[in-house]
Design a protein around this ligand. Structure first.
Ligand code: C2E
Ligand code: SIN
Ligand code: SIN
Ligand code: FE
Length: 363
């Protein structure tokens, strides 16, 4: 270590300080001084010396009390304290041990012994600093790696979803919007931040099962017949199967969402005809967000609708969609934050995406 080591000398006698300081400076150390126990606490807290030479008898807090307080404070407990006691004071030594002193020197101080004890205690301190530094570097590395892993993981999910929607006209921006809507709605419902963060990453996987739906059904420019509709409905179960079995909290949540995002509160949905709270909350949130975005967007089978029209369909129904399809609390939260949905939709558009036009007819 090239830096000078700092020795704090605590003594109320000027003569003692001078003597000890001279020896320490000759050894190449930096000297800090304190004349009372109280002052010692202040200097130790501010300057973090590497070792402390502590007199016992002092006004304004003696050396024993100062040592006790230094050892009580995690910020200073690791600084070695060498108590300087009178030669015959067995009592002081015992009290010093109780107070937490690390070592002892007797007065009058023998220079050779002082040098040995200082070096011993400085070595201990140096080793402590090394470990502390090492632990801190490790903690930082672990935090960085964890962040890298998490980002790589989230990136992988994102690409997986992109791949699953590659054939759709509207891809990247749609995925982002779904993330933002579900998080917004979760927070509006009063769900905790970690739930909102998890649904942010889990929700874009809701339709991943559409990879297994044949193009003639997925990209059909018109209503599905009964057989096609039966195929289309399997995207929920297939999605859940693709995502199932991982320990990742994102994927665990995504399984529920994929399986149940077309269930309806009144029990009229698919694939399990679940009703009410038997439908996972995540899927109830997803359902409203999915419909908002599908209604706003152009599909091979439908034109885009504007915000007002979509609000009407979700809150009042259009014959196909009915208010009873939605969890009343989720619907109510949606109505409160619908303005945010409009902003999210406007902010995240694919290049070349058509403007919403209510009167436009399906191509
Ligand atoms: P999607 O296009 O992402 O639509 C998601 C959900 O938004 C639909 O779930 C439905 O609840 C709602 N939605 C979409 N368009 C409309 C609409 O014009 N009016 C109303 N009221 N709601 C709408 P759903 O019905 O379970 O459909 C699931 C998926 O099945 C759709 O996902 C789409 O990929 C496909 N699909 C549904 N109907 C048709 C269709 O008539 N033709 C074709 N080619 N595909 C369809
Ligand atoms: C699409 O059907 O355009 C993409 C799938 C989805 O709406 O989530
Ligand atoms: C659909 O949106 O799934 C078909 C079109 C409609 O029923 O309005
Ligand atoms: Fe779906």
């Amino acid at each position: 270590m090239n830096e000078k080591r700092k020795v704090l000398i605590v003594d109320d006698q000027e003569r003692n300080i001078k003597l000890l300081a001279l020896i320490c400076r000759n050894l190449g150390h930096e000297v800090l001084e304190a004349r009372t126990g109280r002052q010692a606490l202040t200097v130790a807290g501010e300057r973090r010396p590497d070792v402390i030479l502590m007199d016992v008898m002092m006004p304004e807090m003696d050396g024993l009390e100062a040592t006790r307080q230094l050892k009580d404070d995690p910020a200073t407990a690791y600084i070695p304290v060498i108590m300087v006691t009178a030669l015959d004071s067995r009592e002081d030594r015992l009290l010093g041990i109780k107070a937490g002193a690390d070592d002892f020197l007797t007065k009058p101080v023998d220079t050779e012994e002082l040098v040995l004890r200082l070096n011993n205690n400085l070595r201990t301190k140096e080793f402590h600093d090394f470990l502390e530094n090492h632990a801190q570097i490790l903690r930082q590395q672990v935090a960085e790696r964890t962040l890298q892993l998490r980002q790589g993981y989230i990136d992988t999910i994102h690409r997986l979803v992109l791949a699953s929607e590659f054939k759709d006209e509207d891809t990247g921006a749609h995925i982002k919007r779904i993330s933002y809507y579900t998080k917004e709605l979760a927070l509006t419902l009063g769900m905790p931040n970690d739930f909102a963060d998890t649904i942010f990453y889990a929700s874009p996987m809701h339709d991943i099962g559409k990879v297994a739906i044949p193009d003639r059904v997925l990209m059909k420019r018109g209503p599905l017949d009964a057989e096609e509709w039966q195929i289309m409905r399997t995207h929920t179960e297939i999605g859940a199967q693709i995502l199932e079995g991982s320990e990742s909290p994102f994927l665990a949540m995504a399984v529920d969402i994929a399986r149940s995002h077309h269930e309806r509160w009144d029990g009229g949905g698919y694939p399990q005809s679940l009703a009410g709270e038997a439908i996972p909350l995540t899927a109830r949130i997803m359902n409203v967000c999915d419909q908002y975005d599908a209604l706003r967007s152009r599909r091979p089978y439908k034109p885009p609708f504007d915000h007002q029209r979509v609000l009407e369909i979700i809150l009042k129904g259009d014959g196909r969609t009915l208010p009873g399809h939605f969890d009343p609390q989720v619907r109510e939260a949606f109505s409160r934050t619908a303005g945010q949905f409009a902003e999210i939709y406007a902010a995240h558009q694919d290049e070349g995406a058509g403007q919403p036009a209510t009167k436009e007819t399906p191509q």
